[in-house]
Design a protein around this ligand. Structure first.
Ligand code: MG
Length: 412
């Protein structure tokens, strides 16, 4: 433990000697962290926050790294509490992404010292693989169906489906707006609830007719509806048996989820914009959701996620950790280690990165017949190739923004 007067390390057997932040863009930006100990063992972490990457990198370099030098890397919980509660101005996506990078790297070091993969340290495997989903999108129902069929043929048991909405330019999740880089300013998407609420149930009726009843299907609302609109959609989707409806409401007002529950039995998943366990609590303890889907890279890492998973287990809520392309394979690996160890794992989001990403960050999860696995290498099983990272310098990029047809700002 640290000296209570000075925070100087006391009798540490191993010390953190260097904290290196690596920002790289092998197709998209990643904020990576390497924590190096005085015994040469190092751990790797990921604190990527899409569209605000350098805010996290600066927080790590200027404010957090100096606090870590000389500390015992084995004291993960104490370091987590020190960085979260010891700073007074705590939390939020920037600081908790930085905290996640540190947390993942420390768990990686612990695994390497123990000679055990992370899932072993978390209690050992409760399953052989983590069933995962990916994202089928298209301009028409037929295009979405064809893409979903391709994924099913590759072995996917669960597919998320998004289609363009007639009369709306650049609908979320349909591919057109998916490239945040190369734009000097954010791309603007349009959003109108009425055509959206009419189109989505028809899309799933079409998908069920074409794909049958065996595959698990679902849809991401991306936090855009009002409570009663979300209730209408959840009710209309009931006959099409979604595994869950993703992120129907904005994250701020948790009580709004009661409105959806009062009207529908469509399961609900929520949480990618949450940054800590307290935000999850009312949804879990009131059983207003069925899947908690926080992002390990934005909630402070494995230490916070395992606590959320344990609380969720008590209330029959399963996990569906956020797994988009804008977090590094290091976080994807952390997701799967946790998925393999916890009893209440539900489903894992996963999107294949392009080969350049694996060149910079080797060792991410492996997909086979619908399931993700990780290697038995000690720790997270990932690495950072710093020479390869240098070939792909940071490029400023923004996520799109959304406006209503009358020009007013709406949630993206
Ligand atoms: Mg989502």
């Amino acid at each position: 433990m640290a000296d209570p007067q000075t925070e100087a390390p006391r009798k540490a057997t191993m010390k953190i000697q260097e904290v290196r932040t690596i920002v790289t863009c092998p197709g998209r930006n990643f904020v990576l962290l390497k924590i190096i100990t005085d015994e040469g063992v190092y751990g790797v972490g990921d604190g990527t926050l899409n569209g605000r990457e350098l805010a996290v990198a600066k927080a790590l370099e200027e404010h957090i790294a100096p606090l870590l030098i000389g500390r015992d890397p084995d004291q993960i919980e104490d370091t987590w509490q020190y960085l979260f509660r010891g700073t007074y101005w705590r939390g939020g996506p920037v600081l908790n992404s930085a905290l996640a990078a540190v947390d993942l790297a420390l768990w990686d070091i612990k695994g390497k010292r123990a000679g055990m993969p992370l899932y072993s340290l978390l209690g050992g495997k409760t399953r052989n693989g983590a069933v995962c989903y990916t994202h089928a999108h298209g301009e028409s129902f037929e295009e979405v169906t064809d893409r979903a069929r391709e994924f099913i043929d590759r072995g996917f048991k669960v597919v998320r489906c998004q289609s363009a909405i007639p009369g709306i330019a650049n609908t979320y999740g349909t591919g057109k707006a998916s490239g945040p880089h190369g734009e000097s300013l954010p791309l603007v998407e349009t959003w109108e609830p009425t055509p959206y609420l009419k189109t989505v149930p028809r899309l799933f009726e079409h998908l069920r007719n074409e794909l049958g009843d065996e595959v698990e299907l679902f849809h991401d609302v991306h936090e855009r509806l009002t409570p009663i609109q979300a209730a209408q959609l959840a009710k209309a989707l009931e006959p099409h048996r979604l595994i869950f409806l993703e992120d129907p409401l904005r994250p701020e007002h948790k009580e709004s989820f009661r409105v959806i529950r009062q009207h529908s039995t469509t399961p609900i998943g929520m949480g990618e914009l949450f940054t800590n366990k307290w935000e999850c609590l009312p949804l879990i303890t009131e059983q207003l959701i069925d899947y908690i889907r926080c992002d390990l890279a934005h909630i402070g890492g494995i230490t916070e996620a395992k606590k959320i998973a344990t609380v969720a287990e008590c209330y029959h809520v399963q996990t569906a950790w956020h797994g988009p392309p804008d977090i590094a394979p290091i976080t994807h690996a952390a997701n799967v280690h946790l998925d393999l160890a916890i009893p209440n794992f539900g489903v894992q989001e996963w999107i294949e990165h392009p080969p350049e990403v694996a060149e910079v960050i080797p060792g991410g999860p492996t997909f086979e017949d619908g399931y993700l696995t990780v290697s038995d290498a000690p720790g997270l099983g990932c690495d950072i190739n710093e020479d390869a990272a240098k070939k792909y310098p940071y490029q400023r990029g923004y996520l799109p923004t959304t406006r209503r047809a009358d020009g007013a700002v709406h949630d993206w």
